[in-house]
Write a protein that binds this ligand. Structure first.
Ligand code: IPE
Ligand code: IPE
Ligand code: MG
Length: 231
């Protein structure tokens, strides 16, 4: 059971789950192996975040740029995604999670889209929100929002218009963004929403992500003063 608890200052935590490939390589295994172990880590991290009182969790699972990877790796990730969709309902009920997807679903086969939509609907009464970003790109998201506004007939827009047309319209912006895997960048993740997010980077490769790393990120968050441009 968790030793730490968060309060309303840390409502939303987002993870850039990076380092699966390097983790596998270090073990002389194919990158795909890193992704399947990474999927187990994801389950563990979600459960722990729920235990410490986080109400909104977002994970970056697959970016609009990740399609550039070798076909075999993309295929393996999609297989893991399909397997997750098959057990997600049961897992979501166990962990009291409402699952939502961030990103353009249109790229996925019809049956996968249907599973994603069903899962979102069937879990909507659960109190904890889990956003899974798949085929997600921050730039793509903003373009998509603006195009929707144009279709709605808008000729001038506000920040609220954009925010309310993003994939994250249903939730507050992230308070804390954690990136594993030792890279110091956002890689097109939550570009609009990260404006005042606190950022935390760690060297741990995603499959090794554990309670101690999450505790360290949370502690770092609470040691900071968020000023939002004020004094
Ligand atoms: C993150 O791990 C998972 C995805 C981007 C799908 P990587 O696959 O990027 O692992 P590294 O960064 O190459 O080690
Ligand atoms: C970011 O990781 C995307 C996800 C974690 C899904 P990448 O491994 O794709 O990012 P870069 O290529 O190092 O910037
Ligand atoms: Mg990477």
């Amino acid at each position: 059971m968790a030793e730490i608890k968060v309060d309303e200052r840390l409502t939303h935590i987002a993870f850039i789950m990076d380092g699966n490939g390097r983790w596998a390589k270090e073990r002389g295994k194919p990158r795909e192996y890193g992704h399947s172990v990474g999927a187990k880590t994801f389950e563990r991290v979600i459960r722990y975040c729920g235990d410490i009182g986080i109400r909104v969790i977002t994970v970056y699972a697959f970016s609009t740029e990740n399609w550039k990877r070798p076909a075999a790796e993309v295929k393996a990730i999609m297989t893991i995604f399909r397997e997750y969709l098959n057990i997600a309902r049961k897992k979501a009920e166990e962990n009291r999670i409402h699952v939502m997807f961030l990103g353009d679903k249109g790229i996925f086969p019809k049956d996968v889209q249907e599973k994603m939509n069903n899962l979102e609907r069937e879990t909507e009464k659960n109190p904890l929100l889990l956003n899974i970003a798949v085929n997600y790109g921050g730039r793509d998201e903003i373009v998509h929002a603006v195009n929707t506004l144009i279709r709605e007939g808008k000729t001038e827009i506000t920040e609220e218009d954009i925010a309310s047309h993003l994939y994250t319209a249903h939730c507050p912006p992230p308070d804390l963004i954690v990136r594993t895997g030792a890279e110091l960048r956002l890689s097109n993740f939550l570009l609009w929403q990260s404006a005042y997010a606190e950022l935390y980077f760690c060297d741990t490769l995603w499959p090794d992500m554990g309670e101690a790393d999450i505790n360290a990120a949370v502690e770092s968050f609470y040691a900071r003063k968020r000023r939002y441009g004020g004094v």
